[in-house]
Design a protein around this ligand. Sequence first.
Ligand SMILES: C[S@@+](CC[C@H](N)C(=O)[O-])C[C@H]1O[C@@H](n2cnc3c(N)ncnc32)[C@H](O)[C@@H]1O
Length: 285
Amino acid sequence: MRELALRVLGERGRWVWSRLEVIGDIAVIKKPIYGDLTLEDFVVLAEELLKVVPVKSVWLAVTPVTGPYKTRGFVHLAGEPRSWTIYREHGCSFKVDITKVFATPRLGHEHLRVAKLVRGGEVVVNMFAGVGIFSIVIARLSKPGRVHSIDINPEAYNMMVENIRLNKVEGIVVPYLGDAARVVEERLAGVADRVLMPLPDLALEYSPQALLALRGPRGFIHFYLHLKADKERMFYSKAVEMVRGKVEAEGWILANARTRVVRKVGPGMVQVVVDAEVERFKGVA
Ligand SMILES: C[S@@+](CC[C@H](N)C(=O)[O-])C[C@H]1O[C@@H](n2cnc3c(N)ncnc32)[C@H](O)[C@@H]1O
């Protein structure tokens, strides 16, 4: 991307992000924080991009991921003025509209990793399901009993319903529209073996509901958190201690915890997942 930018825009092209995001047949260029590139510069760059990358539409992301629905602001640059596409991952297909829902190919590895952890017959609750990528990959690659999938964004919910049909996982992936805490309290208490919380903004706050969703004396919760990266990698133990505090406050024990960095999410920030195995505290005999 950088090479193309330097060729098309000269020295000023050095401000363009080197990584190009491709979602289905849409390419997304991230607006740089620095430099004096104009919209016209990006249009010229996008026209050139269409000649060398097999995509049909190019958009400029003008804001970071923001708001409760975790969407970005976009400006169309070149090609078809279409913001929806079919994104393929692990043999599944997903309809996504990049202007209306959260979508990134950068979670592909994580979707597969978690799907491989799911054992046959498990009931999963995905509290922040988006268009259903985690849930559908789990349903197609593992043999779960059910994957209850909640999202508060009506556009994401509608696309999730479509994606469930597209991937023929009706009856396995069950969609819910609403706030995850309310949906669990009202409809999903005591049903799950495993809970996914892929929303760092609310993962810790909604841990009482994640624990409430569990059915057995033990269960698994995947907490996704954003933490400041440090050279000593203290963020690993910090993440575990944050999760431990929440789990113990609800009368559970953190029996096992494994952490890994999912991806970098900004200057000096990382997304970390804590795979927590929790156990109900039985009290002192
Ligand atoms: C980071 S995205 C999920 C990504 C998705 N799991 C994936 O792998 O592509 C977070 C999602 O949480 C949803 N969300 C935000 N607040 C919520 C809430 N209170 N209850 C349920 N869903 C919520 C957003 O609409 C968004 O779709």
